[in-house]
Design a protein around this ligand. Structure first.
Ligand code: NAP
Length: 274
């Protein structure tokens, strides 16, 4: 990669950020596609100031990660439909000082689910957690015509407001509190429980009975206790790398307007084998 005075600057903004895999993915794509960009990680205290700097420094675009994905909504000039839909921004493109916000998290997970050869239409889904990732995933599930989304969260008040908010946003009643006995085809962990530990978000695995697949949004470790239990119960399983990789690829396409070929997508996954 040759950096010149014309090289376009891309970055991920988050705090903390030093664990981020985004620079590895984006710089790999830049190199393989022979494009004139470089992608770095920045740890701002304040997302408003950071996005003002994106404008004033003429950066080409940025990814937004925790804890800024919701606050960034107020700082961009144009919101794509995907943002209104998911309630958060993870991609900002700078067109001559005009910042456009996109969300690629939900669609990223959808592409990973397609790779598992699983259809979402008319399926019942149980989702654990009601944070930002869950909201993006639930919005995607609604758009793919699932039958019901059963929601379970540690803090009950947040579970209740989450269900009300999503049903209202989409004028639907598919989002429901999970009750023991509700049957799910797909079970998703969208809590942070199990990240870098062997803890599991649930102790009762009866929700796996009769289910087809289990997805954990966590990718560190690659196989969480939750995924191990699902595998033992005979379910198809997937960790969070699929979502991570595809949301990055979709962001990259917004930044560069270059379509990433399927063969190169497969090469990105290999970076995580090393
Ligand atoms: P968040 O907004 O902070 O939400 C965290 C969720 O986890 C909340 O529902 C919270 O419940 C729950 N939780 C936290 N600690 C818990 C505990 N000890 N017991 C039970 N529930 C607990 O986080 P987020 O941004 O949604 O991220 C959630 C997870 O998804 C993280 O592990 C993150 O790394 C992962 N993620 C992966 C990708 C990817 O590309 N693979 C993308 C985004 C996020 P309360 O409401 O009760 O606090």
């Amino acid at each position: 990669m040759k950096i010149t005075s014309k090289t376009g600057l891309l970055a991920v903004l988050g705090n903390p950020i030093r664990h981020s895999m985004s620079p590895m993915i984006h710089n790999f794509l830049i190199k393989e596609l022979n494009l004139d960009y470089v992608y770095i990680a920045i740890e701002p205290d304040n997302i408003h100031d950071a996005l003002d700097a994106v404008r004033s420094l003429g950066m080409k675009g940025v990814n937004i990660t925790a804890p800024f994905k919701t606050d960034a909504l107020e700082c961009v000039d144009v919101l794509d439909e995907s943002v209104n839909f998911s309630g958060s921004v993870n991609t900002v493109v700078n067109n001559d000082g005009m910042l456009s916000g996109f969300s690629t998290d939900g669609e990223g997970l959808f592409r990973a689910i397609k790779d598992m050869d699983i259809s979402l239409k008319n399926k019942n889904v149980l989702i654990l957690g009601t944070g930002g990732a869950s909201e993006a995933v639930c919005s995607m599930l609604y758009s793919k015509n699932v039958a019901n989304v059963y929601v379970k969260n540690r803090t009950l008040s947040k579970q209740t407001s989450f269900i009300l908010r999503l049903n209202k946003r989409f004028d639907t009643d598919i989002f429901k509190p999970f009750s023991p006995g509700d049957k799910a085809d797909i079970v998703i962990n969208a809590t942070s429980v199990g990240m870098c530990t062997d803890e599991s978000p649930i102790s009762d695995y009866s929700c796996f009975d009769g289910a087809e697949a289990c997805i954990d949004l966590i990718y560190n470790p690659r196989k969480t206790s939750f995924l191990k239990a699902a595998e033992n119960a005979g379910l198809k399983t997937m960790n969070g790398i699929g979502m991570l990789v595809y949301q990055a690829i979709l962001s990259f396409e917004h930044f560069t307007q270059v379509k990433v070929p399927d063969s190169l997508c497969k090469e990105v996954f290999k970076l995580f084998d090393e």
